[in-house]
Ligand binder design. Sequence first.
Ligand code: GLY
Length: 382
Amino acid sequence: MTQGQSRQAEILVVGGGIIGCATALALARRGHTVRILERAEPGGLATHAAAGILGPMNETDRPGPFLDLMRQSLALYPDFVSGLIEETGLSPDLALDGILAVAPRASDRALLERRLAWQRPIDPSVTLLSAPEARALEPSLTGDFDSALWYPKEGHVFAPRLIKALLGALSRRSVPLEQGVTVSRIERNPSGTLSVTDQAGNVREAQAVVLAAGAALSAIDIPGPPVRIHPVNGQILAVRSPGSFYRRVVFYPPHGYFVPKKDGTVVIGATEERIGARTRVTPAGLLEFLAPLAPIAPEILGHPLHHTWSGLRPCSEDALPVLGPLAACPGLFVAGGHYRNGILLAPVTGEILADMVTGLATPMARAFSPERFGRPSPEQFF
Ligand code: GLY
């Protein structure tokens, strides 16, 4: 495309990460003409760094719309994955074989008991286990700990394979993904279409635009006040493990976890660092989640180090997802701020955004409107 050239109106999804790809696929499956614009590598900012945990109950401390959204997305996962396998033959290794949240000391048990009290009415399968009971489910917990909460319906998926399968499904549906396109500005035209300008000065015309640019979303100039998304660096590592010694996802305080993958690696994470739009891996960062793991599952630290890496989680002002239309610019939608749960929330986000773009009601998304941050009403812009 040459500078200043316009393309026929279609739905543009800005961002080729897990959220952009899931949204584009949901739109394509409903018959829309969709194109993805990606600044670098698909999934490069957050998706490829994700441990792929599908664990709603550990990601909030209360019932409410956020938990409901996560649980709804978890419920969609088996069909979401089997649809991808059917379309592409690629399996993202979905494993819903349970998550344990460990209390290292007796004094930590009160926290698990408080969680159990509000979570059990929502899911009666959540159980408080003694250390031996937890060890029977996860034999690598050979160290000292007090107890664990057991979430038998939760699990994980292999995020890099998931996005590969999504890209395969998009390609089979002839959804173009343009790489190397950094969107800089979006404007509404008098005709009602949107103009999407990239850093090279190319202008694409769109019938609707979904902003799914992860931690890069705030850099895009849009009508009205910006949607503020902050990058949060997460350092993570993987060790190579023998056989099938590791079975389940395990959370441990203050914010550690390990995730055994089917390829024989165990992913261990993660830091939470607000250091701007850059990634880093540091010994101090890795120690943050390795040191508390040592007393609980000491053998893990003896395995060969496979890889260390980091990625940028996209975090909104209240750390909750931002889903919906922008009142200041009809036709422009946000699918952002998924923070620690982009992989978990991808299926439900795709369906919600496809509903929104199609004009269908989305009651589940009301709590996540971009307008909740006190954005002025549309009248104030015209
Ligand atoms: N979902 C885990 C993390 O963001 O570290």
